[in-house]
Write a protein that binds this ligand. Structure first.
Ligand code: GLV
Ligand code: MN
Ligand code: MN
Length: 407
């Protein structure tokens, strides 16, 4: 399986979408099931043993280790953000398949089996459950997440059951440290550095810490025409102040990025003062302590706004993930594999989150980034070069054979 096939398959998966004309593929939707079925067919065609777990993840195993050997995992996710691009996720799954197929064709015996993973919920845009599917594999899925609802009020528990998963068996998806030898994911960079430096591929040093919260602002709904401005408890005006406050914290703390990506106002009518608003925050920094201080400053800003405007502001943590360094041994195997292609080794940190965050609890993790046009991602304009994918396949194969003791 060559780069052209990987590219064709990334294209082909786009038909599996919730919205015609846009690529939207969220957890527990028929669109995700369609993509999983297509990939399972390709895994089987490559001679891999396939398996689905209760969290709707798909795996394909090549038995190239001795009986009872752990599995080295490679892959990425098949869910997408709304109106996303074709490479964020699928590129990692399909390059993993190509590499495992190649290694299988050589008949190599390794100290581990190889397993291609297609995770069901990395983006977590439907239920705000960061890395829910890989967290299940890492034994870190919080059962309380099953009660979270999507915007239509459907709970994760019900969506999972309807899609053929099993909420009661999610805990059973967990693999132990001894069962997993490591994790390698190829992902588009989602940033401009490799393109700027004229390099196809780079080694990821780590993934920054990330916190997501939902803030609820309670004010008093009222008539837009008759309620005097003085004394209003306008939840949406308070939300506006909070959004700017969040941005201020990020702007004055070097390296902090903070985003309010979603807001809902009730009752949501042109002529009614909003009585209740919820908004989400996503705050990140490479250092856990700096992130903690930024979160405390946001809390302080929220208290000040609440006092000034006479509203109540509360918040609920949706996700808190510490910064995750990649494994030095795997990073060095990645660096050597890149150098073996005659390429300079560029190390870069990941601003985006990835399943490696969850998997780092049970295994050493590594990632490779691939150059993408304009650094654009989470956007239908995502674009990569087939020639770069060719380099990636050679590098990934080399990494696996090197760590397997067969350089
Ligand atoms: C995932 O793409 C994230 O970083 O939010
Ligand atoms: Mn993404
Ligand atoms: Mn991704």
């Amino acid at each position: 399986m060559d780069a052209a096939t990987v590219m064709e398959r990334c294209d082909a998966l786009q038909v599996h979408t919730e919205e015609p004309g846009r690529l939207t593929r969220r957890l527990a939707t028929p669109a995700l099931a369609g993509a999983m079925d297509a990939v399972e067919g390709w895994l089987r065609d490559a001679g891999l043993e396939t398996h689905r777990d209760a969290a709707l993840n798909l795996f394909g195993r090549l038995r190239c280790g001795s009986p009872g050997a752990p599995a080295f995992l490679l892959g990425s996710h098949l869910d997408s953000v709304p109106d996303g691009g074709r490479y964020d996720g699928p590129l990692g799954v399909l390059t993993a398949l190509a590499v495992v197929e190649r290694i299988g064709a050589t008949g190599a015996r390794l100290p581990f089996d190889l397993e291609v993973c297609a995770f069901s919920d990395e983006e977590s845009t439907r239920f705000s459950t960061a890395y829910w599917s890989s967290a299940a594999v890492a034994g870190r899925s919080d059962p309380a997440w099953l009660d979270r609802s999507d915007t239509s009020g459907v709970t994760l528990r019900d969506a999972l059951t309807a899609a053929g998963g099993d909420p009661a068996a999610v805990a059973g998806c967990a693999r132990s440290r001894g069962e997993v030898a490591g994790w390698l994911e190829l992902h588009i960079e989602q940033g401009p550095i490799l393109e700027r430096d004229g390099l196809p591929i780079g080694v990821v040093t780590g993934i920054q810490a990330q916190a997501q919260h939902r803030f609820t602002i309670a004010g008093t709904a009222g008539h837009a025409g008759t309620t005097p401005m003085a004394g209003r408890r306008d939840a949406l005006a308070a939300a506006a102040a909070l959004i700017v406050g969040v941005e201020d914290v990020a702007r004055r703390t070097p390296g902090v990025v903070a985003t309010v990506g979603r807001i809902d106002a009730e009752p949501g009518a042109t002529n009614v003062i909003a009585g209740r608003v919820t908004l989400t925050t996503d705050v990140r920094h490479p250092d856990d302590a700096v992130l903690g201080r930024a979160l405390a400053e946001i809390e302080d800003a929220a208290h000040a706004i609440a006092a000034e405007r006479g509203v109540e502001i509360t918040n609920e943590a949706l996700a808190l993930n510490r910064a995750v360094p990649c494994d030095p041994g795997l990073m060095s195997a990645c660096a050597r594999a890149i150098a073996s292609q005659g390429l300079p080794v560029r190390e870069l940190a990941s601003g985006a989150g990835h399943d490696a965050v969850a998997l780092s609890h049970i295994a050493p993790v590594a990632m490779l980034f691939l150059r993408c046009r304009g650094g654009i991602s989470h956007n239908p304009a995502e674009s990569v070069l087939a020639a770069d994918v060719t380099v990636a396949l050679d590098v990934m194969e080399r990494v696996i054979t090197t760590i397997g003791g067969r350089p």
